[in-house]
Ligand binder design. Sequence first.
Ligand code: DC
Length: 431
Amino acid sequence: MQYVAIAIDGPAASGKSSVARRVAEHFGFLFVNSGAMYRSFTWWVLENQIDPANSAAVLELLGRSHFECALKDRSSVIRIDGRDVADALMHSEEVNGAVSSISAIPEVRRALVAEQQRFRSMGDLVMEGRDIGTVVIPDTPYKFYLDASAEVRERRRKAQGIDDDIRLRDLKDSSRDVAPLRTAEDAMRIDTSYLTLPQVADRVIQILHVEGVRRREPERPTMSWVYWLTYTLSKAFFRAAYGMEVHHAERAKVVGGAYFASNHASFLDPPLVGTALEEPIYYLARNTLFKPPLFTWLLPRLNTVPVDRDNAELSSLRISMQLVKEGKKMVVFPEGTRTPDGSLQPAQRGVGMLVAKTGVPVIPVRIFGSYEAYPRNRKLPRMDGKIHVVFGHPIYFSTEELATKGKTGQQAISTRVMDAIASLSLPDTSS
Ligand code: DC
């Protein structure tokens, strides 16, 4: 999938962030603020009491720090070693003073540019910074360079009440050896000195319209023919055998990656959730299920990722997290195993871990009737009874919930998900 990428570069206080954000909102694109990444790492350097001029120490920190670049509300966020960096910290006087030196270190740039480029596979986006059009996404035809006189830019910063020596920062940013601030040859240059930010954004939007950029309608990923055929046959079967009814399917329409978390009573549950939806989703299944030759062929085509029960922490879970981070949807069962008696069981920690590590929303799902149709102790399903699939409102976890470290925090997320599943009742269908 070739996504649209729009590069907006320019010096400090040229209006890049506000304009890029508006443009992203107009087109419904993702917004990536690359400056925030350099700022976050700079804050991390200072937080670790490292002298920004000591590149060896900075590099040592870089080597042992773990970056997680993700999307939150369609904007880029960065976490370093599991910590979110608040906006205020990122824009402190100390960070303003040190960020240009830190971002001149080639290894720092290499690490952060790689993260920035990863966003390209996540959707159409607007990315702003200093080297976006020249280094990060040089192949895009949509490049803008915003500028304004130093006086105007200084006035803007003062009006924001921010202490920031922008002339010095500009000098450092444009004179460094690696990826200095400069206008890409094919960039459209806009002087924003005498324009308001909405005016600049309108101009950029107009130009992009002329170039043919359009808001993308939320697209439904297409099903492969194998998925489609299995989906259609299963759906027909569930309707004929159990009069399957789906309730509140509109709640499942979440943009981007998400987990569907369902109660688990039967082997029928994964296909029930899958056929209750209009789009293809991903599944996890025990690796032993992949053994029969038909399943070796079929399951991967049904978007099923094998999990090694004994080494559940390993690659399959990593793959599953990567999938949701890329915007795919996956069904998971917080209880871990099928209920032995039809009642809901307590949530295990696994789902909490997946959510904490990916930050994606969770849509609770409650299935009624699958236990009666095909409980654990039966060899074959019963062909009667009624099945309902009820979707709950998506849960968007707060930064605090996602940041809680370790087992307790993950368990708390899982429990919240399970409570949301339990709170879903069968809609009154009698009236
Ligand atoms: O856009 P900003 O003012 O928040 O950026 C802060 C600093 O980060 C900037 O002075 C230089 C550095 N930066 C960079 O080197 N390359 C980018 N693409 C973005 C920012």
